[in-house]
Ligand binder design. Structure first.
Ligand SMILES: O=c1ccn([C@@H]2O[C@H](COP(=O)(O)O)[C@@H](O)[C@H]2O)c(=O)[nH]1
Length: 232
């Protein structure tokens, strides 16, 4: 299981469909991501239920606050026993260092990663916010800061993965949402690749939501992802 790169994003309006889908999956097929929609509605109960089913859980709450608050949130995630947790790199050095420090001495230590530039953002979106860098340039800068602060890796688009691999090396974890099976609508995502292209670019983990969860047959869609990755 440990070399499985697939993380299914459980974005549903209620716990029932999420648990129903999870019951059709296995920890060998994928890890599961609990994000803001599910966590706000269901809290830690849902995370614990998925963990009791044997799944590794990525708690995708993208913490972004003052250092003391983020440190406490990351420590709480560790106590919940999640496999991965994240913060926003734009919270800055002191916030990220506080998050790293908070995990020292925790009994179970999740992977700690930082969101660089959301995969829903384009260069034009960044320009409208007053940023002068392209998305790729900003990802590179925030990834360098993230590594310097001692985190395990970043969330980015797989489009930036080749340059990140070259700049940050093999040990730095690249988690890439914005994944679509060929033919699926990008929707609100802007920096999108297929599963095979993402892995070829150097992604460690693929976060896949609607290409699986909105498919007529989610299990068949997930099996298609594995076939595309050469994992049968
Ligand atoms: O930059 C980011 C960071 C997180 N996400 C999350 O990943 C999934 C993607 O869902 P899709 O349905 O495959 O688009 C979703 O939970 C986001 O919150 C992201 O897309 N981009």
């Amino acid at each position: 299981m440990s070399d499985n790169p697939v993380i299914v994003a459980l974005d549903f309006p209620a716990a029932e469909p999420a648990l129903e889908l999870a019951s059709q999956l296995t920890p060998e097929l994928c890890r599961l991501k609990v994000g803001k929609e599910m966590f706000t509605r269901n809290g830690i109960g849902l995370v614990e239920a998925l963990q009791d089913m044997g799944f590794d859980v990525f708690l995708d709450l993208k913490f972004h606050d003052i250092p003391n608050t983020v440190a406490g949130a990351v420590r709480s995630a560790a106590e919940l026993g999640v496999w991965m947790v994240n913060v926003h790199a734009s919270g800055g050095r002191r916030m990220m260092e506080a998050a790293v420090e908070a995990l020292q001495g925790c009994q179970s230590k999740p992977l700690l990663i930082a969101v660089t530039v959301l995969t829903s953002m384009s260069d034009e979106d960044l320009a409208e916010l007053g940023y002068t860098e392209t998305a790729a340039e900003r990802v590179m800068r925030l990834a360098a800061l993230t590594e310097d602060c001692g985190l395990d890796g970043v969330v980015c688009s797989a489009m930036e993965a080749p340059q990140l691999r070259a700049e940050r090396g093999q040990g730095f974890c690249l988690v890439t949402p914005g994944i679509r099976l060929a033919g699926d609508a990008a929707g609100d995502q802007r920096r999108v690749l297929t599963p095979a292209d993402a892995i070829a670019n150097g992604s460690d983990y693929l976060v896949i939501g609607r290409s699986v969860t909105a498919a007529e047959d989610p299990l068949a869609a997930l099996e298609r992802v594995h076939r595309e990755l050469g994992r049968h």
